[in-house]
Each structure stands twice: as structure tokens, then as C-alpha cells.
Design a protein around this ligand. Structure first.
Ligand code: FAD
Ligand code: NAG
Ligand code: NAG
Ligand code: NAG
Ligand code: NAG
Ligand code: NAG
Ligand code: NAG
Length: 412
């Protein structure tokens, strides 16, 4: 468990970094042709290094290295080099196409496992990303430039059972992401046209709808900035590099790195070393984007919240909304593009659910669809927990490189 200091890394960071590979100060070459390993001081094991990669806000250096331990006689050396391999670039997987709805609750507004920590870390990372991109939360001059599209999510129940559970769960909420019970009138003042079949809705004023791809790109910039700032002394050098390359297998990485962190989402199982070894089920999801036609005068108010129901409606600007998501179990198709046929099926599934709580959606036009693939972990009594852990036992540590897995993030 002492190795788990880094699990405090919030999920959003992990979304950003498909493979984090802290290495000692040698430069990696082509993945398929690892260069001969130059002689280099073998640094201590890297517990803590990955945790330190969280883009911590302002004062704390983001790239911290745990102090030397044990018998190391070398002078203090805090050099860290991180290589990220993602064949599709930052936000190229599910993280980039996701709905961008951010809150620490289940659809029944039950606090998620370690939701309080997750929420705090997420907000810290979001602030770091905003600072790196020079956009502040309040800067709404241009919708496209903001990482946060909209604040507030409303959850109206649509079945009696859900209504009862919501009423129970709403009593236990986080102070930092509070839940409020709204009667129909209050809910409709917040979202004109909202349907509340059970005459109430749960409101999460601090929940967010973010622009996921832009957020991840900004977070990556934040990591780079922090590495640059931390590199004032040669012995403190930090670097973080992104390689748009496919990783064929883990074997190729082992010789070049002290640690490898595998964050391949649903594709983790496609590594030959991990095939059939992870308890993950894949599930493709399609999101449909709608716009108000230019002839419609009345817009979706900038103060109105997004909606979470049997489908969710993540409103972006006053005339754009993403509606999601479908659940195509077993599918291993990770393509972000969606065929006309698949779009049609998705719309037929999503629109009735959306109209159930927001009938005015019939005035909006379908524009396009996008898709991604989830890696669903097993359900436990504590919910669907992410898979986090050291793989050395599973892989048999033939090298001195430690392998870690961060995956199974599911629908979150
Ligand atoms: C349609 C949809 C909507 C969602 N909406 C939400 C939402 O609103 N809110 C929420 O919290 N969660 C949402 N989720 C869930 C969330 O997107 C996922 O839990 C999360 O993105 C998983 O992140 P990840 O980093 O594990 O995987 P990914 O984001 O998929 O990252 C894996 C990366 O690895 C790369 N890769 C894979 N194999 C290789 C290889 N061999 N070599 C090199 N690179 C490789 C891929 O290019 C990809 O960029 C949604 C998911 C889907 C599918
Ligand atoms: C913020 O992000 C946008 C889009 O990715 C980019 O064009 C812009 O230059 C960024 N701004 C800063 C200050 O990094
Ligand atoms: C808001 O954004 C504009 C343009 O992107 C920028 O010039 C301005 O400095 C920003 N203001 C704040 C307060 O961040
Ligand atoms: C994945 O889905 C896309 C879009 O629907 C489709 O064009 C493509 O053929 C599918 N790929 C596989 C391998 O099924
Ligand atoms: C659920 O969480 C509790 C408290 O954190 C823990 O004691 C228990 O072992 C967990 N159960 C499972 C199945 O993970
Ligand atoms: C692992 O490290 C030890 C001590 O530094 C070294 O003797 C050994 O050769 C290394 N093994 C491999 C497979 O690199
Ligand atoms: C494998 O890991 C164990 C425990 O960390 C360690 O004692 C052993 O030396 C490692 N073997 C190799 C070849 O690195």
C-alpha cells in the first residue's frame, strides 16, 4: 500500500497520460528499435514519481521525486524524464470524445468511491489547466476558448424507484459539490421546459460540463510548463515528451525505463502481455450532437444547467448540445467516427430518453455523432472501481522495470 501514494492522481490526469514512463536521463529512441542503453546512474525506484506528475496547482512543484532511499551513495539526483506514447495524441481516446460531465456522484447521486478526493484533485487539475491556457473560469468572451462550457447539472428522476433512491442519497453529499432538492417550479426556473415526472429534481450547482479535449491539451501544457520551471538546476532536470506512436508490446519498453505506467483505456487488453489477463469488458458509446436551427430565436440560457437522466444532455453554448450515450457492450470498435447507420441507431435510442425530460429537444437538429470505447471494470459492493496496481507479479519481472496499470475507468 505504501506504493499507492500515486493513486491520489485523479482520474483526469490519467485520462491525459496514456502511458507515463518515468525514466532516468537517457533519451528513448524509436520504440521499435530501442537504442543501446547508454551508461547511466541507475536511480532509485520511482515510487512517488508518478504521483508527483499530477499538475498540482501553483506552489507545489508538479514533478516531485521521492527522496533517495536506502543505501544510495550517489549525490541527490532529481532528474526525471517522462515519455508519453499515444498513437492518437493527447485526448485521442475515450477521454477526448467523452461527454465531459464532471461530478463525483453516480447516476443515483450516490457519492462515488473516494469521490471526495477525486473531486478535489479534479478541481485542482482543472485550475492548473486553465492557468496554463490563460483562460479563467469567468472568461466567457469566447465559448470555444473555455475549458468549462457550463456549470450545474440537474437530475430529474423518471421512475418511482429512482425517485426514492435520489431522495435518500441527496441527504449525504459533499460540501465541495453540494446537492440541492428542487421542486418542479424551481427546476423549471433553472431550465425552462424541463419535465419533472416526480415533481422534483436534484441539482448539483458545482458540477461541470467541460470541453474534454481542450482540457486535456491544456493539462498537458501545464505539465510541460511545470517541468520547464522545475528544471532550473541541472540536477533537477525534468522533461515530459509526447510521442505519437503505437506501442506494440511491453517487452520493447522494459530496457529503457525504470517504470512504465499503462493507461491504454480499453486497449490495454490488446497488449500481448495483458491479453486475457484483465477483468475488463469493453463497451462502445455514441454521442450525438444537436444544434438549434438558425431560425429559432430562443436560445438555451447561459445560466441553465445540463441535464442528467436516462440520457444526458450536456449543453455547451446557447445553441449546441451533446446527448449521450449508448451502451454497445462487447464492441471493441474504438473508432471515433460513426457511420450514418450507427448514428441513426444512436439517435433512435437517445432522442426518446432526452425528450422524456426535455421535450423541446425536438426543435434541435442533429449535426454529427462521435464515439469512444469504455473499459468497464467488475462491479463490487463499493461500485465499479478502477483497476490500479503493479503488474510485476502478473508479468513476472524479468527486467528491472516496474509496470503499473491504471485502467478500467468505466463510465467515469
Ligand atoms: C461515449 C462516452 C461518453 C463518456 N462520457 C463521460 C462523461 O461525460 N464523464 C466522464 O467522467 N466519463 C465519461 N466517459 C468515460 C471516460 O471517457 C473514460 O472512463 C475515460 O476516458 C477513460 O480514460 P483512459 O485514459 O483510461 O482511456 P482513453 O481515454 O481511451 O485513453 C487511452 C489512450 O491510449 C491510446 N492507445 C491505445 N492503445 C495504444 C497503443 N497500443 N499504443 C499507443 N497508444 C495507444 C489511445 O489512442 C488513447 O488515447 C465516457 C465514455 C464514452 C465512451
Ligand atoms: C489555449 O488553447 C487554445 C486551443 O487549444 C490555443 O489556441 C491557445 O493558444 C491556448 N492559449 C494559451 C495561452 O496557451
Ligand atoms: C479572456 O480571454 C481573452 C482572449 O482569449 C484574453 O485576452 C483575456 O486576457 C482573458 N481574460 C482573463 C481574465 O483571463
Ligand atoms: C467501427 O465503426 C465505424 C463507424 O461506425 C465503422 O466505419 C468501422 O467499419 C467499424 N470498424 C470495425 C472494425 O468494426
Ligand atoms: C469497500 O470499501 C471499504 C471501505 O473503504 C473497504 O473496507 C472494503 O474492503 C471495500 N470492499 C471492496 C469489495 O472493495
Ligand atoms: C537489474 O539491476 C541489477 C542491480 O542494479 C543488475 O545487477 C541486473 O543486471 C539488472 N537486471 C536486468 C535484467 O537489467
Ligand atoms: C523482481 O522483483 C523483486 C521484488 O521487487 C526483486 O527482489 C527482484 O530482484 C526482481 N527481479 C529482477 C530480475 O529484477
Amino acid at each position: 500500500p505504501e506504493r499507492w501514494t500515486w493513486t491520489r492522481c485523479c482520474r483526469r490526469l490519467l485520462l491525459l497520460l496514456p502511458i507515463l514512463s518515468p525514466i532516468s536521463p537517457s533519451t528513448p529512441g524509436e520504440l521499435s528499435h530501442p537504442p543501446p542503453r547508454p551508461p547511466r546512474p541507475r536511480p532509485r525506484r520511482q515510487e512517488g514519481t508518478a504521483a508527483a506528475l499530477c499538475a498540482t496547482p501553483s506552489s507545489a512543484p508538479a514533478l516531485r521525486v521521492s527522496p533517495s532511499r536506502g543505501t544510495s551513495s550517489s549525490p541527490r539526483d532529481s532528474r526525471v524524464s517522462v515519455d508519453i506514447y499515444d498513437e492518437n495524441g493527447v485526448g485521442g481516446g475515450a477521454s477526448g470524445v467523452s461527454g465531459g460531465l464532471l461530478h463525483p456522484y453516480s447516476p443515483k447521486v450516490k457519492l462515488l468511491w473516494r469521490g471526495a478526493e477525486f473531486w478535489k484533485e479534479s478541481m485542482d487539475l482543472l485550475r492548473s489547466a486553465e492557468q496554463a491556457n490563460g483562460t479563467s473560469v469567468s472568461n466567457t468572451t469566447s465559448q470555444d476558448d473555455n475549458l468549462i462550457w457550463r456549470r450545474g447539472i440537474v437530475r430529474p428522476p423518471t421512475t418511482e424507484k429512482a425517485a426514492a433512491i435520489l431522495l435518500e442519497n441527496v441527504q449525504k453529499c459533499l460540501e465541495s459539490c453540494s446537492l440541492q432538492l428542487l421542486d418542479s417550479d424551481a427546476a423549471q426556473r433553472l431550465i425552462p421546459g424541463l419535465c419533472t415526472p416526480f415533481d422534483f429534481a436534484v441539482y448539483m450547482p458545482l458540477a461541470l460540463n467541460i470541453n474534454p479535449k481542450k482540457y486535456l491539451q491544456a493539462l498537458f501544457s501545464a505539465c510541460q510548463n511545470l517541468a520547464d520551471e522545475a528544471s532550473s538546476l541541472p540536477s533537477e532536470q525534468k522533461e515530459i515528451k509526447l510521442y505519437k506512436q503505437h506501442v506494440d508490446n511491453l517487452h520493447l519498453l522494459a530496457g529503457n525505463y525504470d517504470s512504465v505506467i499503462i493507461c491504454l483505456g480499453a486497449k490495454a487488453c490488446s497488449l500481448p502481455e495483458l491479453a486475457n489477463k484483465l477483468p475488463l469488458r469493453t463497451c462502445r458509446g455514441v454521442i450525438a450532437e444537436f444544434q438549434l436551427p438558425s431560425t429559432t430565436v430562443e436560445e438555451y440560457d447561459s445560466q441553465s444547467a445540463s441535464i442528467l437522466s436516462d440520457a444526458w444532455l450536456a449543453f455547451q453554448g446557447p445553441r449546441t448540445v451533446s446527448i449521450g450515450s449508448t451502451w454497445q457492450w462487447i464492441s471493441e470498435n474504438d473508432s471515433s467516427t460513426v457511420s450514418d447507420e450507427e448514428s441513426l441507431t444512436a439517435i433512435e435510442e437517445l432522442l426518446p430518453k432526452a425528450s422524456g425530460v426535455y421535450p423541446r429537444i425536438s426543435k434541435w437538429d442533429f449535426v454529427r455523432a462521435r464515439a469512444g470505447i469504455r473499459a468497464m471494470p467488475p462491479l463490487t459492493t463499493n461500485g465499479s472501481l478502477p483497476l490500479l496496481g503493479c503488474l510485476d507479479d502478473l508479468l513476472g519481472n524479468k527486467s528491472n522495470c516496474t509496470f503499473w496499470l491504471v485502467g478500467g475507468l468505466g463510465a467515469r
